[in-house]
Design a protein around this ligand. Structure first.
Ligand SMILES: Cc1cc2nc3c(=O)[nH]c(=O)nc-3n(C[C@H](O)[C@H](O)[C@H](O)COP(=O)(O)OP(=O)(O)OC[C@H]3O[C@@H](n4cnc5c(N)ncnc54)[C@H](O)[C@@H]3O)c2cc1C
Length: 439
């Protein structure tokens, strides 16, 4: 039941209706991670998921180093491919492939990956209930027996009780709405899962493609998963027709238009505003539900896993909190932990996106022709450094980023010139670890 400090009254109340220590809403990477963290702490955890598992999720399935590092112990990634090469193009032009001897990142299918994460949470002791869509949570009113309890109301009217709730119900989160999550960036991602013949699959094995798109801040990707290619594009919401056209053109120019997609889908991604809350009372939010994802690449799995784990750990403390002051203290601790790590990465990511929106060509030139930029890309995807760390420790990265602030165009020029000056003439191969091929 609830924490060791429960009073006799609480125990009686719990006997009347089971009160979970932690109820987690949504069984994606954030929810599974939160449920795992709370369950390994020995608490009674219920994980609610509206779909039946495994369920499809629109996602490239790119697993970068920080995602790998945030997995529970003993978790074996169900990798469909290991990425050793990236082909970059700028709206279909100036195509260039760069290679790395060391694996950069892995590719997974989300249904399988998510299900495996949920199984880990179950093994740690969490109980799973699928087909359970949460309609709302209540922290006051007749459904709530006392001030230490949250009512979780399912579609159909059934009410469950918890000492703490973690909202991990994705980018259209109901729990996020309850908490008052505010977003300042919304993007539309469109994707097609395209089964291809062996000869085509072979051509893509171990290599992804990233294309800087025609709309500001947009880009496209091809992620190979054995006999299927995940092809997608993402761009700011509000340009649905142009985003759809971008995907169609992208698929056509890659010569993939003749293959029928097995799944075509779209999904919104939302990034939190700096001052957006991460909790309300005994309810915490994490992952997409909290608007936690990398604003430039829209990478969200590592943000979901990391914030999910933190939410699970702090939900355990909130479950034990006996009064509003202690609850508030634990919730603030959670917010502090999120902001100190993921918050910093998000603010650097926002600057990167602003820079990329202005000068995608410069990004392309840097990644394909300026060895330190390619090395930074590799190290970030491998998890050996982060964008935030890079900007903190590399004066050139700092200069390049500040150069894109609105107004000082001279600074932007200086950064471009600095990048061009350091670009090796003719030779773009680092024999120790990488080689480059123009295609
Ligand atoms: C096109 C596209 C491509 C992407 N590619 C990548 C990539 O390659 N790498 C990467 O790291 N990130 C990628 N992302 C981002 C990534 O998919 C998300 O950030 C990630 O899925 C967030 O995980 P989550 O657990 O917070 O939410 P989700 O994975 O969305 O899980 C939320 C869960 O909650 C459930 N749920 C929702 N509402 C309720 C309810 N009311 N009651 C009960 N359950 C509910 C849902 O069914 C779902 O299972 C991509 C996103 C898009 C749109």
């Amino acid at each position: 039941m609830s924490g060791e400090n429960s009073s006799a009254d609480d125990v009686q109340a719990d006997d009347v209706q089971r009160v979970w220590d932690v109820v987690v809403v949504g069984a994606g990477p954030a929810g599974a991670s939160a449920a795992y963290a709370a369950a390994v702490a020995g608490r009674r955890v219920l994980l609610l998921e509206k779909a039946e598992l495994p369920r499809y999720k629109t996602c490239g399935g790119g697993i970068i180093g920080p995602s790998r590092d945030a997995l529970p112990p003993g978790f074996e990634l169900p990798l469909k491919d290991r990425v050793h090469a990236v082909t970059f193009s700028n709206n279909g032009r100036f195509t260039r492939t760069r290679r790395s001897k060391q694996m950069m990142f892995g590719l997974i299918n989300r249904p399988e990956f998510d299900q495996q994460l949920v199984e880990h949470a179950q093994k740690a002791g969490a109980e799973l209930r699928t087909g359970a869509a949460v309609q709302r949570v209540e922290q006051h009113g007749s459904a709530v027996p006392d001030r230490r309890t949250v009512a979780v109301v399912l579609q159909g009217g059934e009410t469950l009780l918890a000492r703490a709730v973690v909202g991990a119900d994705g980018s259209a989160s109901r729990i996020g709405a309850h908490v008052g999550v505010k977003v300042d960036q919304v993007d539309l991602g469109l994707e097609a899962e395209i089964p291809v013949p062996e000869t085509v699959a072979e051509d893509w094995r171990g290599r992804v493609l990233i294309d800087w798109g025609p709309m500001p801040g947009s880009y496209g990707w091809v992620f190979p998963k054995g006999d299927t290619l995940t092809v997608g594009v993402i761009s700011a919401r509000g340009e649905g027709a142009a985003t759809k056209r971008y995907l169609e053109d992208f698929v056509a120019r890659l010569g993939l238009a003749g293959f029928e997609p097995s799944i075509s889908s779209g999904h919104l991604t939302r990034c939190r505003a700096d001052d957006s809350p991460l909790s309300r009372g005994r309810v915490l939010v994490c992952g997409d539900a909290a608007g936690l994802l990398e604003p430039w690449t829209r990478e969200g799995i590592s943000f979901a896993l990391r914030s999910g784990r933190l939410a699970g750990e702090w939900a355990v403390r909130i479950a034990e909190a006996h009064d509003a002051v202690d609850t508030r203290r634990q919730a603030l601790n959670y917010a502090f932990a999120v902001k100190a790590g993921l918050g910093v990465e998000m603010s650097v990511g926002k600057s990167m996106l602003a820079a990329f929106e202005r000068r995608p060509g410069l990004f392309h030139a840097a990644l394909t022709g300026f060895r330190p930029a390619w090395r930074a890309f590799k190290e970030i995807t491998q998890g050996r450094t982060s964008l935030g760390e890079l900007v903190r420790s590399h004066p050139l990265a700092q200069r390049a980023l500040t150069a894109f602030d609105p107004g000082p165009a001279a600074k932007a020029k200086a950064a471009a010139e600095a990048a061009a000056k350091e670009r090796p003439a003719g030779e773009d191969t680092d024999a120790s670890d990488e080689d480059a091929v123009t295609s």
